[in-house]
Design a binder for this molecule. Structure first.
Ligand code: NAD
Ligand code: IPM
Ligand code: MN
Length: 352
Protein backbone atom coordinates (compact mmCIF):
# COMPACT_ATOMS: atom_id res chain seq x y z
CA UNK A 1 0.00 0.00 0.00
CA UNK A 2 1.64 3.20 -1.21
CA UNK A 3 0.76 6.57 0.31
CA UNK A 4 2.22 9.81 -1.00
CA UNK A 5 2.52 12.54 1.63
CA UNK A 6 2.37 16.12 0.30
CA UNK A 7 2.71 18.51 3.23
CA UNK A 8 2.79 21.76 1.24
CA UNK A 9 2.96 25.21 2.83
CA UNK A 10 2.30 26.97 6.12
CA UNK A 11 0.47 24.83 8.65
CA UNK A 12 0.31 22.03 6.04
CA UNK A 13 3.76 20.89 7.13
CA UNK A 14 2.92 21.16 10.84
CA UNK A 15 -0.27 19.11 10.72
CA UNK A 16 1.24 16.51 8.37
CA UNK A 17 3.79 15.65 11.07
CA UNK A 18 0.92 14.81 13.42
CA UNK A 19 -1.04 12.77 10.87
CA UNK A 20 2.11 10.78 10.25
CA UNK A 21 2.48 10.04 13.97
CA UNK A 22 -1.08 8.69 13.96
CA UNK A 23 -0.32 6.57 10.91
CA UNK A 24 2.87 5.25 12.55
CA UNK A 25 0.93 4.38 15.70
CA UNK A 26 -1.35 2.08 13.68
CA UNK A 27 1.75 0.08 12.62
CA UNK A 28 0.07 -1.13 9.44
CA UNK A 29 1.98 -3.88 7.69
CA UNK A 30 2.89 -3.48 4.02
CA UNK A 31 2.79 0.30 3.95
CA UNK A 32 5.21 2.41 1.90
CA UNK A 33 5.31 6.17 2.49
CA UNK A 34 6.85 8.60 0.02
CA UNK A 35 7.02 12.38 0.16
CA UNK A 36 6.88 15.08 -2.47
CA UNK A 37 7.15 18.83 -2.92
CA UNK A 38 4.04 20.86 -3.63
CA UNK A 39 2.80 24.45 -3.48
CA UNK A 40 4.86 27.54 -2.72
CA UNK A 41 7.66 25.47 -1.20
CA UNK A 42 7.91 23.47 -4.44
CA UNK A 43 7.94 26.68 -6.45
CA UNK A 44 10.82 28.01 -4.39
CA UNK A 45 12.78 24.77 -4.85
CA UNK A 46 11.89 23.73 -8.41
CA UNK A 47 10.33 26.81 -10.00
CA UNK A 48 6.91 25.14 -10.23
CA UNK A 49 4.16 24.52 -7.63
CA UNK A 50 3.43 21.05 -9.03
CA UNK A 51 6.72 19.61 -10.27
CA UNK A 52 6.38 16.71 -12.76
CA UNK A 53 8.05 14.31 -10.31
CA UNK A 54 5.37 15.06 -7.69
CA UNK A 55 2.60 14.32 -10.18
CA UNK A 56 4.40 11.14 -11.25
CA UNK A 57 4.62 9.99 -7.63
CA UNK A 58 0.88 10.64 -7.20
CA UNK A 59 0.07 8.54 -10.27
CA UNK A 60 1.75 5.45 -8.87
CA UNK A 61 0.39 5.83 -5.31
CA UNK A 62 -2.74 4.20 -3.91
CA UNK A 63 -3.60 7.42 -2.09
CA UNK A 64 -2.31 10.93 -1.51
CA UNK A 65 -2.43 12.66 1.86
CA UNK A 66 -2.28 16.42 1.30
CA UNK A 67 -1.69 19.20 3.84
CA UNK A 68 -2.35 22.63 2.36
CA UNK A 69 -0.85 25.05 -0.15
CA UNK A 70 -0.76 28.83 -0.21
CA UNK A 71 1.96 31.34 0.51
CA UNK A 72 1.48 35.12 0.64
CA UNK A 73 4.95 35.50 -0.94
CA UNK A 74 3.54 33.91 -4.08
CA UNK A 75 0.27 35.85 -4.38
CA UNK A 76 1.64 38.11 -7.11
CA UNK A 77 3.17 35.41 -9.29
CA UNK A 78 1.62 34.69 -12.65
CA UNK A 79 -1.43 32.57 -11.91
CA UNK A 80 -0.04 29.31 -13.35
CA UNK A 81 2.87 29.50 -10.90
CA UNK A 82 0.84 30.17 -7.76
CA UNK A 83 0.73 27.49 -5.05
CA UNK A 84 -3.03 26.94 -5.43
CA UNK A 85 -2.43 25.66 -8.96
CA UNK A 86 -0.81 22.60 -7.40
CA UNK A 87 -3.98 21.35 -5.78
CA UNK A 88 -6.09 22.30 -8.80
CA UNK A 89 -3.59 20.48 -11.04
CA UNK A 90 -3.63 17.35 -8.90
CA UNK A 91 -7.44 17.28 -8.85
CA UNK A 92 -7.74 17.64 -12.62
CA UNK A 93 -4.72 15.57 -13.72
CA UNK A 94 -5.76 12.70 -11.46
CA UNK A 95 -9.45 12.92 -12.46
CA UNK A 96 -10.58 13.49 -8.87
CA UNK A 97 -14.03 14.87 -9.62
CA UNK A 98 -15.91 13.92 -6.46
CA UNK A 99 -15.06 15.82 -3.30
CA UNK A 100 -16.73 14.51 -0.15
CA UNK A 101 -16.82 17.03 2.70
CA UNK A 102 -18.65 15.69 5.76
CA UNK A 103 -19.65 18.09 8.55
CA UNK A 104 -20.95 16.47 11.72
CA UNK A 105 -21.34 17.84 15.23
CA UNK A 106 -18.99 16.31 17.80
CA UNK A 107 -20.60 15.71 21.21
CA UNK A 108 -19.44 18.39 23.62
CA UNK A 109 -18.61 20.93 20.92
CA UNK A 110 -22.09 22.48 20.54
CA UNK A 111 -20.95 25.58 22.45
CA UNK A 112 -18.22 26.31 19.91
CA UNK A 113 -20.53 26.46 16.90
CA UNK A 114 -21.44 29.82 15.44
CA UNK A 115 -25.02 28.59 15.91
CA UNK A 116 -27.09 28.15 19.06
CA UNK A 117 -26.32 24.73 20.59
CA UNK A 118 -29.80 23.28 20.00
CA UNK A 119 -29.50 24.13 16.29
CA UNK A 120 -25.83 23.17 16.00
CA UNK A 121 -26.61 19.73 17.44
CA UNK A 122 -28.67 18.91 14.30
CA UNK A 123 -25.84 19.17 11.83
CA UNK A 124 -24.87 15.96 10.02
CA UNK A 125 -24.37 16.83 6.40
CA UNK A 126 -22.26 15.43 3.59
CA UNK A 127 -21.39 18.03 0.97
CA UNK A 128 -20.63 16.36 -2.36
CA UNK A 129 -18.72 18.99 -4.31
CA UNK A 130 -17.91 18.60 -8.01
CA UNK A 131 -14.17 19.19 -8.33
CA UNK A 132 -13.07 19.07 -11.98
CA UNK A 133 -15.26 21.67 -13.67
CA UNK A 134 -17.24 24.88 -13.24
CA UNK A 135 -15.79 28.40 -13.29
CA UNK A 136 -12.59 27.00 -11.77
CA UNK A 137 -11.48 25.33 -14.99
CA UNK A 138 -13.11 27.42 -17.73
CA UNK A 139 -11.31 29.85 -19.95
CA UNK A 140 -10.12 32.85 -17.96
CA UNK A 141 -8.12 35.94 -18.57
CA UNK A 142 -7.60 39.66 -18.36
CA UNK A 143 -8.24 41.82 -21.39
CA UNK A 144 -8.58 45.46 -22.28
CA UNK A 145 -11.87 46.58 -23.78
CA UNK A 146 -12.05 48.91 -26.77
CA UNK A 147 -12.68 51.86 -24.49
CA UNK A 148 -9.53 51.03 -22.53
CA UNK A 149 -11.16 49.53 -19.43
CA UNK A 150 -9.54 46.35 -18.06
CA UNK A 151 -11.78 43.32 -17.77
CA UNK A 152 -11.22 40.04 -15.95
CA UNK A 153 -13.27 37.02 -16.98
CA UNK A 154 -13.76 33.38 -15.99
CA UNK A 155 -16.13 31.20 -17.96
CA UNK A 156 -18.51 29.01 -15.98
CA UNK A 157 -19.71 25.84 -17.68
CA UNK A 158 -20.67 22.24 -17.04
CA UNK A 159 -21.07 19.50 -19.63
CA UNK A 160 -23.85 17.00 -18.97
CA UNK A 161 -21.53 14.03 -18.37
CA UNK A 162 -19.67 16.03 -15.73
CA UNK A 163 -22.94 16.66 -13.89
CA UNK A 164 -24.18 13.09 -14.34
CA UNK A 165 -21.13 11.44 -12.80
CA UNK A 166 -21.18 13.63 -9.68
CA UNK A 167 -24.97 13.17 -9.42
CA UNK A 168 -24.46 9.39 -9.34
CA UNK A 169 -21.92 9.74 -6.53
CA UNK A 170 -24.35 11.91 -4.57
CA UNK A 171 -27.39 9.66 -5.11
CA UNK A 172 -25.37 6.62 -4.01
CA UNK A 173 -24.17 8.51 -0.92
CA UNK A 174 -27.74 9.56 -0.08
CA UNK A 175 -28.93 5.98 -0.56
CA UNK A 176 -26.38 4.87 2.03
CA UNK A 177 -27.42 7.57 4.54
CA UNK A 178 -30.96 8.79 5.26
CA UNK A 179 -32.01 8.90 1.60
CA UNK A 180 -32.31 12.65 1.19
CA UNK A 181 -30.41 14.58 -1.47
CA UNK A 182 -30.53 18.35 -1.93
CA UNK A 183 -29.05 19.70 -5.16
CA UNK A 184 -27.83 23.27 -4.79
CA UNK A 185 -27.61 25.55 -7.82
CA UNK A 186 -28.46 28.99 -9.14
CA UNK A 187 -30.82 27.88 -11.92
CA UNK A 188 -32.88 31.05 -11.61
CA UNK A 189 -29.98 32.99 -13.14
CA UNK A 190 -27.34 30.67 -14.64
CA UNK A 191 -27.65 28.41 -17.69
CA UNK A 192 -24.85 26.28 -16.20
CA UNK A 193 -27.15 25.66 -13.25
CA UNK A 194 -30.20 24.98 -15.43
CA UNK A 195 -28.32 22.15 -17.12
CA UNK A 196 -27.10 20.99 -13.71
CA UNK A 197 -30.67 20.80 -12.43
CA UNK A 198 -32.01 19.07 -15.58
CA UNK A 199 -29.31 16.38 -15.44
CA UNK A 200 -29.74 15.80 -11.69
CA UNK A 201 -33.48 15.30 -12.27
CA UNK A 202 -32.79 12.86 -15.16
CA UNK A 203 -30.35 10.90 -13.02
CA UNK A 204 -32.89 10.72 -10.17
CA UNK A 205 -34.91 8.25 -12.28
CA UNK A 206 -32.30 5.60 -11.40
CA UNK A 207 -32.65 6.23 -7.65
CA UNK A 208 -36.39 6.12 -6.86
CA UNK A 209 -35.74 5.50 -3.16
CA UNK A 210 -33.86 8.81 -2.75
CA UNK A 211 -35.88 11.96 -2.06
CA UNK A 212 -34.51 14.77 -4.24
CA UNK A 213 -34.97 18.46 -3.55
CA UNK A 214 -33.44 21.55 -5.18
CA UNK A 215 -32.37 24.78 -3.57
CA UNK A 216 -30.84 28.01 -4.84
CA UNK A 217 -27.41 28.57 -3.37
CA UNK A 218 -28.26 31.86 -1.67
CA UNK A 219 -31.16 30.22 0.14
CA UNK A 220 -28.98 27.18 0.93
CA UNK A 221 -26.43 29.46 2.63
CA UNK A 222 -29.22 30.89 4.74
CA UNK A 223 -30.88 27.52 5.50
CA UNK A 224 -27.54 26.00 6.53
CA UNK A 225 -27.37 28.37 9.50
CA UNK A 226 -31.11 28.52 10.12
CA UNK A 227 -31.85 24.78 10.21
CA UNK A 228 -28.86 22.62 9.23
CA UNK A 229 -30.69 19.47 10.30
CA UNK A 230 -32.81 19.61 7.13
CA UNK A 231 -29.77 18.57 5.05
CA UNK A 232 -28.45 15.05 4.64
CA UNK A 233 -26.46 14.94 1.39
CA UNK A 234 -25.94 18.17 -0.57
CA UNK A 235 -24.62 17.99 -4.14
CA UNK A 236 -23.32 21.12 -5.76
CA UNK A 237 -20.81 22.58 -8.19
CA UNK A 238 -17.19 23.41 -7.55
CA UNK A 239 -17.55 27.07 -6.53
CA UNK A 240 -20.72 26.79 -4.45
CA UNK A 241 -19.32 23.69 -2.72
CA UNK A 242 -16.12 25.51 -1.81
CA UNK A 243 -18.04 28.30 -0.12
CA UNK A 244 -20.75 26.22 1.58
CA UNK A 245 -18.21 23.80 3.08
CA UNK A 246 -16.27 26.59 4.84
CA UNK A 247 -19.61 27.83 6.15
CA UNK A 248 -20.56 24.33 7.34
CA UNK A 249 -17.28 24.12 9.25
CA UNK A 250 -18.27 27.03 11.47
CA UNK A 251 -21.64 25.40 12.10
CA UNK A 252 -19.59 22.55 13.59
CA UNK A 253 -17.20 24.80 15.50
CA UNK A 254 -13.97 25.26 13.54
CA UNK A 255 -12.51 24.90 10.10
CA UNK A 256 -9.73 22.98 11.84
CA UNK A 257 -12.09 19.99 12.11
CA UNK A 258 -13.30 19.32 8.57
CA UNK A 259 -11.69 16.63 6.43
CA UNK A 260 -12.26 15.76 2.80
CA UNK A 261 -11.82 13.00 0.25
CA UNK A 262 -11.37 13.66 -3.46
CA UNK A 263 -12.16 10.58 -5.50
CA UNK A 264 -12.21 9.60 -9.14
CA UNK A 265 -12.83 6.39 -11.00
CA UNK A 266 -9.46 4.65 -10.71
CA UNK A 267 -9.56 1.56 -8.51
CA UNK A 268 -6.51 0.30 -6.68
CA UNK A 269 -5.94 -3.16 -5.22
CA UNK A 270 -7.47 -1.94 -1.96
CA UNK A 271 -10.16 0.60 -2.83
CA UNK A 272 -10.60 3.81 -4.80
CA UNK A 273 -7.60 6.01 -5.52
CA UNK A 274 -8.04 9.36 -3.82
CA UNK A 275 -6.49 12.51 -2.40
CA UNK A 276 -7.29 13.47 1.17
CA UNK A 277 -6.95 16.92 2.68
CA UNK A 278 -8.42 19.23 5.30
CA UNK A 279 -10.85 21.74 3.79
CA UNK A 280 -8.84 24.62 5.28
CA UNK A 281 -5.76 26.27 3.79
CA UNK A 282 -2.21 27.01 4.85
CA UNK A 283 -3.34 29.56 7.49
CA UNK A 284 -0.39 31.95 7.10
CA UNK A 285 -1.69 33.98 10.05
CA UNK A 286 -0.85 31.17 12.50
CA UNK A 287 1.83 29.22 10.58
CA UNK A 288 4.94 28.62 12.67
CA UNK A 289 3.21 29.30 15.98
CA UNK A 290 2.35 25.67 16.76
CA UNK A 291 -1.32 26.56 17.15
CA UNK A 292 -2.88 24.81 14.16
CA UNK A 293 -5.51 22.21 14.97
CA UNK A 294 -4.33 18.92 13.39
CA UNK A 295 -7.73 17.23 13.71
CA UNK A 296 -8.94 17.96 10.16
CA UNK A 297 -5.69 16.46 8.88
CA UNK A 298 -5.97 13.41 11.13
CA UNK A 299 -9.60 12.91 10.08
CA UNK A 300 -8.49 13.15 6.44
CA UNK A 301 -6.10 10.27 7.13
CA UNK A 302 -9.08 8.30 8.47
CA UNK A 303 -10.96 8.94 5.21
CA UNK A 304 -7.90 7.78 3.27
CA UNK A 305 -7.76 4.51 5.17
CA UNK A 306 -11.48 3.95 4.58
CA UNK A 307 -11.82 4.84 0.90
CA UNK A 308 -8.43 4.03 -0.61
CA UNK A 309 -7.07 1.23 1.57
CA UNK A 310 -10.27 -0.53 2.65
CA UNK A 311 -9.28 -0.20 6.32
CA UNK A 312 -12.66 0.70 7.81
CA UNK A 313 -11.84 -0.48 11.34
CA UNK A 314 -8.69 1.64 11.52
CA UNK A 315 -10.54 4.66 10.08
CA UNK A 316 -13.27 4.30 12.68
CA UNK A 317 -10.68 3.98 15.46
CA UNK A 318 -9.08 7.28 14.47
CA UNK A 319 -12.44 9.03 14.24
CA UNK A 320 -13.45 7.70 17.65
CA UNK A 321 -10.14 8.88 19.16
CA UNK A 322 -10.67 12.41 17.80
CA UNK A 323 -14.28 12.46 19.02
CA UNK A 324 -13.20 11.23 22.47
CA UNK A 325 -10.49 13.87 22.74
CA UNK A 326 -13.07 16.56 21.95
CA UNK A 327 -15.58 15.05 24.36
CA UNK A 328 -12.89 15.07 27.07
CA UNK A 329 -12.41 18.81 26.53
CA UNK A 330 -9.20 18.88 24.47
CA UNK A 331 -9.29 22.28 22.75
CA UNK A 332 -6.89 24.08 20.47
CA UNK A 333 -6.93 27.86 20.06
CA UNK A 334 -9.48 27.58 17.25
CA UNK A 335 -11.86 26.05 19.79
CA UNK A 336 -11.24 28.56 22.54
CA UNK A 337 -8.59 26.47 24.31
CA UNK A 338 -4.83 26.50 24.77
CA UNK A 339 -3.67 23.11 23.44
CA UNK A 340 -1.09 23.41 20.66
CA UNK A 341 -0.76 21.27 17.53
CA UNK A 342 1.38 18.58 19.15
CA UNK A 343 -0.64 18.53 22.35
CA UNK A 344 -3.90 17.97 20.45
CA UNK A 345 -2.28 15.15 18.47
CA UNK A 346 -0.88 13.65 21.71
CA UNK A 347 -4.42 13.62 23.10
CA UNK A 348 -5.72 11.82 20.01
CA UNK A 349 -2.83 9.33 20.11
CA UNK A 350 -3.44 8.58 23.78
CA UNK A 351 -7.06 7.70 23.02
CA UNK A 352 -6.11 5.69 19.93
P1 NAD B 1 -7.35 29.28 5.64
O1 NAD B 1 -8.30 28.14 5.68
O2 NAD B 1 -5.93 28.97 5.46
O3 NAD B 1 -7.50 30.13 7.00
C1 NAD B 1 -8.71 30.78 7.36
C2 NAD B 1 -8.71 31.06 8.87
O4 NAD B 1 -8.89 29.82 9.57
C3 NAD B 1 -7.40 31.65 9.37
O5 NAD B 1 -7.67 32.56 10.39
C4 NAD B 1 -6.66 30.44 9.93
O6 NAD B 1 -5.76 30.73 10.96
C5 NAD B 1 -7.81 29.56 10.42
N1 NAD B 1 -7.46 28.13 10.33
C6 NAD B 1 -7.43 27.39 9.20
N2 NAD B 1 -7.06 26.14 9.47
C7 NAD B 1 -6.86 26.07 10.80
C8 NAD B 1 -6.46 25.03 11.70
N3 NAD B 1 -6.19 23.79 11.27
N4 NAD B 1 -6.37 25.32 13.01
C9 NAD B 1 -6.64 26.55 13.46
N5 NAD B 1 -7.03 27.58 12.67
C10 NAD B 1 -7.14 27.33 11.35
O7 NAD B 1 -7.90 30.28 4.50
P2 NAD B 1 -7.25 31.65 3.90
O8 NAD B 1 -6.62 32.40 5.01
O9 NAD B 1 -8.32 32.24 3.12
O10 NAD B 1 -6.13 31.13 2.92
C11 NAD B 1 -4.75 31.01 3.23
C12 NAD B 1 -4.02 30.36 2.07
O11 NAD B 1 -4.42 29.00 1.96
C13 NAD B 1 -4.30 31.00 0.73
O12 NAD B 1 -3.11 31.02 -0.01
C14 NAD B 1 -5.32 30.09 0.10
O13 NAD B 1 -5.30 30.12 -1.30
C15 NAD B 1 -4.86 28.76 0.61
N6 NAD B 1 -5.88 27.68 0.68
C16 NAD B 1 -5.44 26.43 0.36
C17 NAD B 1 -6.31 25.34 0.47
C18 NAD B 1 -5.80 23.99 0.11
O14 NAD B 1 -4.60 23.76 0.10
N7 NAD B 1 -6.65 23.05 -0.23
C19 NAD B 1 -7.60 25.54 0.97
C20 NAD B 1 -8.00 26.84 1.31
C21 NAD B 1 -7.12 27.92 1.17
C1 IPM C 1 -10.28 24.31 -1.05
C2 IPM C 1 -9.51 25.55 -1.46
C3 IPM C 1 -9.13 25.48 -2.92
C4 IPM C 1 -10.42 25.53 -3.73
C5 IPM C 1 -8.16 26.55 -3.42
C6 IPM C 1 -6.91 26.63 -2.57
C7 IPM C 1 -7.78 26.32 -4.84
O1 IPM C 1 -10.22 26.70 -1.13
O2 IPM C 1 -9.77 23.20 -1.21
O3 IPM C 1 -11.39 24.44 -0.51
O4 IPM C 1 -10.94 26.62 -4.00
O5 IPM C 1 -10.90 24.46 -4.09
MN1 MN D 1 -11.96 26.32 0.11
Amino acid sequence: MKILLLAGDGIGAEIMVEARRVLDALALPGLTLTEGDVGGSAYKKHGHPLPPETLAKARVADAVLFGAVGDPDCDNLERHLRPEQAILGLRSELGLFANLRPATMFPGLEGMSGLRPEIARQIDVLIVRELNGDVYFGEKGMRTLEDGRRQGYDIMSYAEDEVRRIAHVAFRAAHGRTGRLCSVDKANVLETSQLWRDVVIETHAEYPDVELTHMYVDNAAMQLVKAPGQFDVVVTGNLFGDILSDQASMCVGSIGLLASASLGERQTDYGTFGLYEPIHGSAPDIAGTGKANPMAMILSLAMLLRHSLGLEAEAARIEAAVAKALEDGVRGGDLGGTAGTTEVADAVLARL
